[in-house]
Design a protein around this ligand. Structure first.
Ligand SMILES: *[C@@H]1O[C@H](CO)[C@@H](O)[C@H](O)[C@H]1NC(C)=O
Ligand SMILES: *[C@@H]1O[C@H](CO)[C@@H](O)[C@H](O)[C@H]1NC(C)=O
Length: 506
């Protein structure tokens, strides 16, 4: 994404974050607040989308919905603040200006463990920028991202003369022969491709000095019209080599390569004009032609997705080809500005994509939903602190506690998903409904069994340990184990006795 919008974006990300935290549910079709999604990756059982602002969101197998965007900086991403790699200062020097920079802006994923990211000083917006590489260590959904150094840097001179690439918005892919390609660029001189050394994920030595007009390995594959600052095409702008183009992405299907790019402008709230174009080629390096046979390099591209209804300014295409058993699903992710929300709030959605008879991508209206009934089956609920399992007392109080660990039907719980994403919790024994006593002791029991918001619970995955906090819909109170081993919502301290592991039972 091009910079002029960045100040706005950061602010909105922040606002979006607060908003997201206050939301009680995020169904898949609403998407999750975020901007510039990298293509979705499947890491373990998690479908993760990394996006601008050092953030990530994911669909997990236990609650089956988008999890709130949690800054992955908090979970070990090293490219922030004092941890900024030295090479970035060496390359961009005082251009960083001492201001916060955004090394995680618009990342691109080669796969679940390799990320390309860009870094620039958006305040200057002068065309100097670098792309770096980072690798994931540790377990999903919050691996630690470790910097793997510079891939390529551009100078303001190259980019401003509209001849060399502006090094932002990276994406990467492996071609049918197993070679790795970097694709990137924004405005100025358009979209570029370069083969990377498969073994290192970095440039081949020959290409190391960076872009050079005489080096044919740097291939310009797409450009767009420039409509001027105010959306008005002027003769001047027509002569301008670079138009409004960025967010390139390549995916493969049936021996074709497909290049998606964004035309138009991002980050202007409901006035954003982002739209997604596509072309295809038999060769990874192009030429990419649209459905009329026009080369995308010459400002062409088949319209794939544009503003429609609530979805304003769709952008930043990404595709995950996901095979589960004998079924292959193509999952198309993008962001849009939501007409029904505060101007500028961007959401990321994941839709299923199919292919036409003549091999063009077609966006379906089906939201990707890998875990439609994620808590199906029978479960044990274990308090993290005491490591004891929940149990329904056979006495008339029918309290939920951890006193008995008998491993019978009183220790087995089942979850029914409701329309708002919350769950009802039932004990296998007589299918007793777990209910929070509204006033007084705030204990959980199956004694009353009333079907109201005191018997609806949200499960919130905790990134640091994989446990869940369980929140009552009626009052937002969190469930915890008391000192006397009863389960209730009296204590609102976030400690190990208010975190629970779910164990799948056969
Ligand atoms: C991701 O790509 C890197 C670099 O090519 C490779 O070493 C790694 O094995 C890949 N990871 C997966 C899970 O395919
Ligand atoms: C994979 O397929 C199986 C069998 O159809 C299904 O039960 C499971 O939910 C699928 N998993 C995902 C993550 O799509």
């Amino acid at each position: 994404m091009l910079s002029r919008c960045l100040t706005l974006l950061v602010l909105l990300c922040y606002v979006g974050h607060v908003y997201a935290r206050e939301m009680t549910c995020n169904e898949l079709d609403d998407g999750q607040e975020g901007h510039d999604p990298a293509r979705m990756v499947k890491h373990g059982p998690y479908f993760i989308v990394y996006y601008s602002g050092l953030e990530q969101t994911f669909i997990d197998p236990v609650n089956g919905k988008w999890n709130i965007g949690l800054g992955f900086a908090k979970h070990g991403f090293i490219l922030k603040g004092d941890n900024l790699p030295r090479w970035i200062y060496d390359e961009l020097g005082d251009k960083l200006n001492g201001d916060p920079i955004e090394p995680g802006t618009a990342p691109g994923m080669l796969n679940e463990t390799v990320m390309y990211y860009c870094v620039t000083d958006w305040d200057l917006d002068d065309g100097s920028a670098c792309i770096g590489r980072a690798v994931a260590q540790g377990d999903p959904p919050f691996p630690t991202w470790v910097d793997d150094g510079k891939v390529i840097c551009s100078t303001s001179v190259d980019a401003q003369l509209d001849i060399g690439p502006f090094n932002i918005d990276p994406a990467a892919f492996n071609d049918y022969e197993g070679r790795t390609w970097l694709i990137w660029g924004s405005h100025y001189s358009g979209i570029w491709m370069l083969e990377l050394d498969y073994h290192t994920g970095h440039l081949f030595p020959l290409d190391e000095p960076g872009w050079d007009g005489d080096n044919p390995n740097y291939i310009r594959v797409a450009s767009a019209e420039h409509d001027g600052e105010d959306g008005i095409v002027t003769p001047d702008h027509r002569d301008y080599l670079g138009g409004q183009i960025e967010s390139a992405f390549v995916t493969k299907h049936n021996n074709w390569y497909y290049l998606f790019v964004n035309w138009g402008r991002c980050c202007r709230g409901h006035a954003s004009t982002y739209n997604i174009r596509v072309g295809r080629s038999r060769s990874p390096s192009g030429p990419y032609l649209d459905d009329l046979g026009r080369d995308m390099k010459d400002r062409a591209g088949k319209q794939f997705l544009q503003t429609e209804g609530r979805h304003i300014g769709p952008g930043h295409a990404g595709v995950l080809e996901y095979t589960n058993g004998s079924t292959t699903t193509y999952i198309f992710t993008y962001h849009y500005y939501d007409r029904d929300m505060a101007a500028g709030t961007a959401r990321i959605v994941a839709m299923e994509m199919t292919w036409s008879a003549d091999d063009w991508p077609v966006l379906s209206d089906t939201y990707f939903n890998p875990y439609p009934d994620p808590l199906h089956g029978k479960w044990g609920i274990q308090t993290k602190g005491t490591q004891r399992y929940w149990h329904e007392d056979g006495l008339s109080t029918k309290l939920i506690n951890t006193v008995f660990q008998g491993g019978d039907a009183h220790n087995v719980f089942m979850f029914d998903r409701t329309e708002d994403g919350s769950y009802r919790i039932r004990v296998e024994h007589e299918r007793g409904l777990v209910h929070e006593h509204g006033i007084g002791d705030q204990l959980l029991s199956t004694r009353f069994g009333t079907e109201d918001d005191h018997s609806r619970y949200f499960f919130e995955l905790q990134p640091d340990d994989g446990s869940y906090r369980i929140r009552v819909k009626a009052n937002g109170r969190y469930v915890s184990e008391n000192a006397d081993q009863t389960i209730g919502t009296l204590s609102q301290v976030d400690d190990d006795n208010s975190r629970f592991f779910l164990t799948k039972l056969n």
